[in-house]
Design a protein around this ligand. Structure first.
Ligand SMILES: [Zn+2]
Length: 322
């Protein structure tokens, strides 16, 4: 089932209490949604699906329009997550790395509910975050506070992840004090995840600078500042070793973003499919149609990809936590 913002908080609390992290997959196509939910079902694990702006405007969803993209994405995910096969799996939808001028208008519209075009029904994400990489501390705080105010005015709950310098080495603790302190001072209760820099980098490079100590210090500080348990969201987990991932969870990471490696596994599988199915795509081959149809390639990709998702859920301790 697709969780609402308050159910999301309950799940994050459970992750802290039971010492596991929720895998958060940047899924960029409907087929990827199917694969990730199926992997979660097989593990009986809670799962998070997240999208950046590039997926919302991408061809499979908004085709240039991020509002349409977000509504279409959410409807697809909701229909799948509420189906009988996945109804017992807690599914979160999160906005990840939304940046630029569309950020606040899009996220405000999302927290109030995007029109689906089906009757008067609207649809809302489970949790929100925005990309702060081009923002000053003041702008980051102001943006988060604006989302909190919008939720307060709309009398709707919102559950937020706040980030700072996720690609810039280890975030100093005084930055956390200023950012989380300022947000909590005027709009308490909305933050559920904190994403500081802990030495990892987005992309596919080596992860030599990851610090589990930094995770632990930030987790404890964020929880002290807010007076409630705050889990750490780990950005840039591709390329982090299994040992590193386990250490991250033990230190207080409750959400692990997974994008670059996930994309690479899928695109390499697609590359292999076409490299090995050339003859079947020749005119007159008896299997040309089954090969040419989307189902052909997506099934091939899925067979390669799903076991990797399952493996990662298991490393993070999510199996059996649904
Ligand atoms: Zn990230």
């Amino acid at each position: 089932m697709l969780l609402d913002p308050l159910q999301a908080r309950v799940l994050f609390q459970r992750a802290i209490d039971n010492h596991f992290a929720i895998l958060a997959v940047n899924a960029d196509s409907p087929a990827a949604l199917t694969d990730v939910l199926e992997a979660a079902r097989q593990c009986q694990a809670p799962i998070m699906i997240e999208t950046s702006l590039w997926q919302l405007t991408g061809h499979s969803f908004g085709a240039g329009d991020p509002y349409l993209g977000l509504a279409r994405y959410l409807v697809q995910l909701a229909v799948l997550a509420e189906s009988e096969r996945y109804r017992n799996i807690p599914v979160l939808f999160h906005t990840d790395h939304i940046k630029g001028p569309v950020t606040l208008p899009l996220l405000k519209a999302a927290l109030r509910g995007l029109p689906t075009g089906i009757g008067n029904q609207t649809i809302r994400p489970s949790t929100l975050s925005l990309d702060s990489s081009a923002l000053t501390e003041e702008q980051n705080i102001a943006s988060i506070l604006e989302l909190c105010s919008e939720a307060r005015q709309a009398l709707l709950p919102v559950t937020l992840e706040m980030e700072a310098g996720v690609d810039d080495g280890i975030t100093p603790l005084e930055v956390a004090r200023r950012l989380i302190g300022d947000v909590e001072a005027s709009q308490p209760g909305y933050l559920a995840l904190w994403a500081p820099g802990v030495g990892t980098q987005h992309g596919l490079g080596e992860q030599n600078a990851f610090s589990a100590d930094a995770v632990k210090q930030h987790q404890e500080l964020a929880s002290t500042l807010t007076g409630r348990p705050i889990g750490i969201a780990l950005h840039g987990s591709s390329g982090l070793s299994e040992t590193g991932l386990r250490a991250a969870v033990a230190a207080g990471v409750t959400k692990v973003n997974w994008s670059s490696e996930s994309l690479l596994i899928r695109s390499r599988a697609a590359q292999d499919f076409y490299a090995t199915h050339g003859p079947q795509l020749e005119k007159g081959h008896k299997d040309w149609k089954a090969t040419a149809m989307d189902h052909g390639i997506q099934s091939f990709v899925s067979a390669r990809y799903q076991p990797k998702v399952i493996e990662r859920i298991q490393i993070l301790g999510g199996a059996g936590q649904a």
